[in-house]
Write a protein that binds this ligand. Sequence first.
Ligand SMILES: [Zn+2]
Ligand SMILES: [Zn+2]
Length: 263
Amino acid sequence: MNQSVYTVEKLNETTFRIDECGRDNCYLLLGEERALLIDCSIGTGELPTLLRALTDLPVTVAATHAHGDHVGAGHQFDAVYVPEEEITLNFRIQNLRHFRRKLISNTMRKQGITEKNITGSVLHAKWLPMEDGKVFDLGGRVVRTFRTPGHTQGGTCFLDEGQRMLFVGDAVCPVLPMQIYRCMPLSAWLPGGERIYALAKQGVQVFCGHGDGRISAELLRQQIAWVQEILQAHPKNEKKHSRAYYPEFSVQGCVTYDPANLY
Ligand SMILES: [Zn+2]
Ligand SMILES: [Zn+2]
């Protein structure tokens, strides 16, 4: 396995961002008795080996949602908590090796990552149902979850109130991804987006599943405003599915959406 696919950023003494080839982020939170890994990326390297270099603590793995770039390496662990709404055949199929291989980006190819780096089968991954509001007590550090449906039906955020950190997966991202197959309607995203923004305004740091992980309160405010503008401009769904960008693709933080899936 190629371990150079991972870059580790220390966010503070007990929290790490693990970047997989610039493609996606997962986060390792250390308590006094346990560690929590939030998401586990596509699986182009051997994540458990990396974690052992960072901590001796037993690690619980939990996912923000069941897309292949967030639970792809699930088979490398004993079990992964997955939002209970997403333990479905559809999400299992999206995690088959064939589909995870399609997630390899051009940037990854330039780093020598190919389809051969994607090994292991989702059929060997044990998915445990994670209910809304589940609490992970790591010993001296408590992480609470809440749902923010939108990007997916069971999309889950992980809030560490003690350290004022929030981990959101793809609920908000540098480019808001609301055009993907089986996303919820764009209007369903708003309450979750507003809940995350409310926390960010209180000074909670928001970390997401892509880019450098950072999402500012200002970007959240802007994305909410853009989603509201899209809905005001389109009072009902269009008939044809397509991919649209607002205000436009080149604008930082733009919203990607499907005009046939607004309501
Ligand atoms: Zn996703
Ligand atoms: Zn993602």
